[in-house]
Ligand binder design. Structure first.
Ligand SMILES: NC(=O)c1ccc[n+]([C@@H]2O[C@H](COP(=O)([O-])OP(=O)(O)OC[C@H]3O[C@@H](n4cnc5c(N)ncnc54)[C@H](OP(=O)(O)O)[C@@H]3O)[C@@H](O)[C@H]2O)c1
Length: 252
């Protein structure tokens, strides 16, 4: 039995990953705040033969999430944990992001991710086996003026994940960071702007699963956008400002 825990499994990429991995011989632990959407994904996964546990939780609640991971792991050791839950944050109608939104975004997208990753890491280090995927974004490389805290949190996940990877790989734990471009999901739908090479959540899930199966350090796609994004910080500021202005967006 392979056990996979996914946070943010009630929607978008997390839900698509759950459905992708759903099969006989797989146990899924699906985490998000809202029950009904999570239950709908769980039903699809059960129909594909997976054993599914639905776990309602807010990744900001450190103690509750630690307990949730520990209990799930005690029932069946976690082989893969996908740290995926996040929000968009950003300024409304082109304005500077408020403090309130910035702290909420940092709390969910970075601290909330650590609340999941660090207990999972301890459990996996203890038995010398396991895999963790951190869901970042191409915004980690190409910081978006309309979503500064989102970009910062995603950059932090890349740096944190890759630093940890070096340390824990020899101890049997694989850590990968995932940096998708535009994916058609409810989160993406909140933003009005140019979304070049946008792909479906199902396609993104297949690419992520393929990259994780190969234990890639960074799972980045689509390739043309990933290459451009990863060069952005090497550009002089005026060129960077010009090129990133094409990616301005507004919250719907
Ligand atoms: N869509 C894109 O274009 C894109 C591009 C690059 C990277 N990404 C990344 O991919 C991941 C998934 O994004 P998505 O587009 O699939 O978004 P989405 O459809 O909005 O899904 C986000 C998921 O996170 C959960 N969530 C949010 N806050 C939570 C919290 N505090 N505790 C627990 N669960 C929480 C939501 O469920 P509840 O509201 O029920 O809790 C939902 O299941 C994110 O990390 C995002 O940054 C997305």
């Amino acid at each position: 039995m392979r056990t996979i825990l996914i946070t943010g499994a009630s929607s978008g990429i997390g839900a698509a990953l759950a459905r992708h991995y759903a099969a006989a011989g797989t146990r899924l632990v699906l985490v998000a705040r809202h029950g009904p959407r999570l239950e709908a994904v769980a039903q699809d996964c059960r129909a594909k033969g997976a054993e599914v546990e639905v776990a309602r939780g807010d990744t900001r609640d450190r103690a509750a999430i630690r307990a949730l991971l520990r209990d799930a792991d005690a029932r069946s050791p976690l082989d893969l944990v996908v740290v995926n839950a996040a929000i968009n944050g950003g300024g409304k109608e082109g304005r500077v992001e408020t403090q309130e939104t910035a702290f909420e975004t940092a709390d969910i997208n970075y601290t909330g991710s650590l609340n999941v990753m660090l207990p999972a890491l301890d459990l996996m280090l203890h038995r010398g086996r396991g895999q963790i995927a951190l869901m970042s974004s191409l915004a980690a490389y190409a910081p978006l003026a309309d979503a500064p805290t989102y970009s910062g949190a995603k950059a932090a996940l890349v740096a944190h994940g890759l630093a940890l990877r070096q340390k824990v790989h020899p101890l049997g734990v694989k850590v990968s960071v995932v940096t998708p471009g535009y994916v058609k999901t409810p989160m993406g739908g909140e933003l009005k702007g140019w979304r070049p090479l946008e792909m479906s959540a199902d396609r993104a899930a297949a690419l992520i699963a393929r990259g994780l199966a190969k234990d890639r350090d960074v799972v980045s796609f689509p390739l043309p956008l990933a290459l451009l994004a990863r060069c952005v910080l090497l550009l002089p500021e005026w060129v960077r400002r010009l090129s990133l202005s094409a990616f301005k967006f507004n919250q719907r």
